[in-house]
Design a binder for this molecule. Structure first.
Ligand SMILES: *[C@@H]1O[C@H](CO)[C@@H](O)[C@H](O)[C@H]1NC(C)=O
Ligand SMILES: *[C@@H]1O[C@H](CO)[C@@H](O)[C@H](O)[C@H]1NC(C)=O
Ligand SMILES: *[C@@H]1O[C@H](CO)[C@@H](O)[C@H](O)[C@H]1NC(C)=O
Ligand SMILES: [Cu+2]
Length: 715
């Protein structure tokens, strides 16, 4: 049993990477200090990092505080339908955000609207949706969800599934037959997906295992072909399969990624110390705990157990009109879809929807100063809830910092003017809000980057470990048809299984107010008339306003290019153009799975790269509120079948970023980060270049600022 406990603990630490510093532990930590690292310069520019014990919500969108969560817990415990002997498992407990009109009408100094909590609780297999009004001190709404699917798994569910799995006698025999010591066994709990009636009426979790013998990177040592299906509620192994005893355990050599475990010197000449200078401190402030102000931007930032990082009320200052103008009411990663392309019994189900199945805020790791985020970063915690409704702190899970990467925001040189030359250039400085979630083997880095020219760039970086498959092969030469094998060999006895990553963003863009339209600006080839021009063809930009949802279901296509504008038809620039922002897709990918493949039905929100829906408070999660084992009846695709009107309405834009991932040797043993992004960019929003009058940088601005002589100093 002690081994089991150790195993569970190591699982909880390594797989979930959520260090549960519960309130009792918190008291021992000085949570007022900004950074746990004593070598860090004090971030004295920030008046306060939140004191979670005395926190009072300051803004209608502020997350529930420790105190509020404790009160919700007390209310739930005394709520008749949930007797203390039959208390449900709490799978989500978050702020029930006030109505949008209330938030839009609120100004600093006004009393904040009634504080409510939205709770998803699981009791006897039923998902209860409960609203608790903190002002009234009671439950004000309680219904049982009619849709398919279960709430996000809790840490408790995973622990129960693991406990059942590791005490299953066949597991012991299987690993014994392969020479894996019980003490080296590490098991994880991937979600089961949904594959039909066998899995009906009960929750199931898969359990797969690895060996941590001689490496911390057990993901590179899979016990191939071994998979268990576990019912966490009954704590019972429903199915056990071991089809991989002939597949050797891949070797441990070269798998460790920790600096302390490296046996050879670094690959290249070391770099001299490098950083960005901010001698007067950063230029942003975080007010009342969550309101970030920087240059021309202001927005509300918070951590969310499910979505990770949420940006709300993003507004940009317009110096021409002297207004703080609305750009986006709310933006966050709504769902993931990560299907692996392998039909084996131990692989087919790997079609993860991590946001709704696990929560990427729960999975967010504390950011590492100087390596995850630069100097002068401000760190924000998450206040989350355990399955028995107790609050806990997810420390330093978001960082905010200014970025100067040596880039240029605009420039021009002029030599033709008589008697003088012009060389004008301006630096590009931006503000980043960052989070990194470790979802099992993978790490997802999210950046929301705000630029002074009004552009918002949303970036997702993928790093961490491949999900690899054991194979008897050590070289492609021994693999029959190796040019056609479904997945590449990435190391001896290891295949990097081909897979996709999709990240679907909810973007409630409100350009100068909620009522907006979506315009496709199509680039269309026109042909010249005979004799009209030496040219045969040219392009015209033709604007088409989408009337209903079906007009705005977009599949990207290089040969039929369009721009995608969100415009406010009732607000015009001085030239009469409607003010707008455009969504600029970056490198992306589409899902190629069959539309009727079960995982694709559940993740039908990836059928298009762009969707536009009318705003509906209930439509936040593209894969449905209850995602786990869902059948796809509550997805963005299902809502959007109604083909509702979207012209001059409060609309929400959904964008899916995609990656096809064909692994290669460089992805072993840990992947260098692969990044994709999209932009929200102003179009006729400002009257002219909004950064025309920003000053250039001068030598005297910085303490050390000499151009390098190009000689490497080996210190
Ligand atoms: C598994 O086998 C080991 C010995 O190899 C033994 O110590 C352990 O108790 C067994 N565990 C279970 C759950 O059967
Ligand atoms: C760890 O390495 C040692 C020495 O090479 C070897 O004897 C042992 O079998 C290895 N253990 C595992 C679990 O690979
Ligand atoms: C938005 O349009 C609706 C009609 O669709 C109207 O009732 C509402 O007043 C408008 N809101 C604003 C802020 O203009
Ligand atoms: Cu990948």
């Amino acid at each position: 049993m002690k081994k089991l406990t150790t195993l569970l603990i190591s699982f909880l630490v390594i797989f979930i990477v959520s260090r549960l510093w519960l309130p009792s532990n918190l008291k021992r930590r000085n949570i007022l200090s900004l950074s746990s690292d004593k070598d860090q310069p004090a971030n004295f520019w920030f008046k306060s990092k939140i004191d979670h014990f005395n926190e009072i919500p300051q803004h209608p969108l502020d997350p529930l505080t420790l105190e509020e969560i404790n009160r919700v817990r007390a209310i739930l415990f005394s709520y008749q339908p949930f007797s203390s002997t039959n208390f449900p498992a709490i799978h989500s407990l978050t702020l029930d955000e006030p109505y949008k009109s209330q938030v839009l009408g609120w100004k600093k100094g006004d009393p904040i609207p009634a504080r409510k909590a939205f709770v998803i609780a699981l009791l006897n297999g039923k998902s209860h949706l409960v609203t608790v009004d903190l002002g009234l001190g009671r439950v004000t709404r309680h219904e049982i969800s009619p849709s398919s699917g279960y709430p996000m798994l809790s840490l408790d569910d995973m622990a129960k599934a693991l406990e059942a799995a590791v005490s299953f006698p066949e597991l012991n025999q299987s690993i014994g037959a392969r020479g894996v010591a019980f003490s080296d066994l590490i098991c994880i709990t991937p979600s089961a997906g949904w594959y039909g009636p066998d899995e009906e009426g009960r929750r199931v979790i898969k359990v797969i295992c690895f060996s941590s013998g001689n490496t911390s990177n057990y993901f590179m040592r899979p016990i191939e072909g071994l998979v268990m299906t576990v019912d966490p509620d009954k704590r019972e192994v429903v199915k056990f399969t071991d089809s991989g005893r002939a597949i050797p355990l891949p070797r441990a050599a070269n798998t460790d990624y920790r600096y302390s475990a490296q046996e050879k010197p670094p690959e290249m000449r070391p770099l001299n110390p490098i950083s960005m200078e901010q001698p007067n401190g950063p230029s942003f402030s975080v007010e009342d705990g969550h309101v970030v102000k920087w240059a021309n931007w202001e927005f509300h930032l918070k951590a969310d157990q499910r979505a990770g990082l949420v940006i709300s009320r993003a507004r940009v200052w317009d110096s021409e009109t002297g207004e703080l103008r609305n750009v986006m009411y709310k933006g966050f990663a709504s769902e993931f879809f990560v299907p692996y392309m392998d039909l084996d019994e131990s692989w087919y189900f790997k079609t993860y929807m991590d946001v709704g199945e696990f929560g990427i805020g729960v999975a967010a790791s504390p950011l590492v100063p100087l390596n995850d985020c630069p100097q002068y970063s401000y760190y924000m915690d998450g206040v989350f809830v355990t399955s028995d409704a107790k609050p806990y702190i997810q420390p330093n899970m978001i960082c905010i910092f200014e970025r100067y990467a040596g880039d240029i925001i605009w420039r021009h040189s002029e030599t033709l003017l008589p008697g003088f030359q012009i060389n004008e250039a301006r630096r590009k400085v931006t503000l980043v809000a960052r989070m990194a979630a470790t979802v099992g083997n993978y790490d997802y880095i999210f950046d929301w980057e705000f630029q002074t020219d009004g552009l918002i760039q949303v970036k997702v970086g993928l790093s961490g470990m491949l999900m690899v498959k054991g194979t008897p092969h050590e070289n492609v030469e021994t693999m029959a048809n190796h040019e056609e094998v479904s997945s590449p060999l990435v190391s001896e006895n290891l295949i990097g299984v081909v897979h996709d990553h999709f990240v679907t963003f909810h973007l409630d863009v409100d350009i100068d107010g909620p009522n907006n339209s979506f315009a496709k600006v199509n680039l269309v080839k026109e042909e010249s008339l005979p004799g009209e021009s030496p040219r045969k063809s040219y392009l015209k930009a033709k604007r088409h306003i989408a009337k209903t949802e079906n007009d705005a279901k977009i599949k990207l296509n290089l040969h039929n290019p369009s721009e995608f504008h969100v415009v406010n038809p009732s607000r015009r620039s001085r030239l009469g153009n409607p003010t707008g922002y455009k969504l600029v897709p970056g490198r992306t990918a589409a899902s190629l799975l069959d539309l009727f493949d079960p995982p694709q039905i559940r993740s039908a929100f990836t059928n298009n790269q762009i969707w536009v829906t009318p705003y509906n408070r209930k439509e936040q999660w593209a894969g449905g509120l209850l995602t786990y084992q869902s059948k796809g009846d509550d997805t963005l695709a299902a809502w959007s079948e109604r083909n509702r009107p979207i012209e001059n309405k409060d609309i929400v834009l959904w964008y899916t970023m995609g990656f096809h991932h064909i692994p290669c040797q460089e992805d072993f043993p840990i992947m260098p980060t692969v990044t994709s992004s999209f932009d929200l960019k102003p179009v006729n929003f400002f009257e002219l270049n909004p950064v025309l009058r920003i000053p250039p940088a001068f030598d005297h601005d910085l303490p050390v600022c000499r151009p390098s002589n190009g000689n490497y100093r080996d210190t």
